[in-house]
Design a protein around this ligand. Sequence first.
Ligand code: HEC
Length: 134
Amino acid sequence: MSISKTGLGFMAFGAATLAALAAASAAQAAGPAGDAARGKTVFARCAACHDLNTGAIRMGPSLKGVVGRKAGTFANFSYSAGMKGKGVTWGPDTLDQFLTAPMKYVPGTRMAFPGLSNAQDRADVIAYLKVAAK
Ligand code: HEC
């Protein structure tokens, strides 16, 4: 009797866990929705190296118009060979992958930044770049 109760409990727990895992991976595939206002505070971590909309070059290239821009093409910035040859266009997807692990996505990148491990931070900063980096 007590064995079958435990067994049922375990099965119920297992089903709930599977449902939660499925929901989590579905959310991850779509990515969390970005909040541009929060993204502004995340961008504080980028601002020392990146101008947003004047076109100035700092440690890194200006991010003016970065969403929709081809990687490694901002005028007069000396990019790494890896970035110049990457051949992607920056959009929500490519930015998310780059910002997750810059050195993995662009081997040899000169961007000395470990990445944003939090998916919400990435979605937020990308939402901010969309509206503010113009
Ligand atoms: C320590 C300075 C530094 C920090 C901090 C930094 N970056 Fe960068 N970033 C760079 C440099 C340098 C490059 C050029 C990389 C290369 O040539 O490989 C770059 C390149 C980029 C590019 C590609 C631009 C292009 O023209 O193709 C994007 C997008 C970018 N950074 C976004 C960010 C974001 C968003 C953050 C904050 C979450 C950030 N960076 C933080 C220095 C930095």
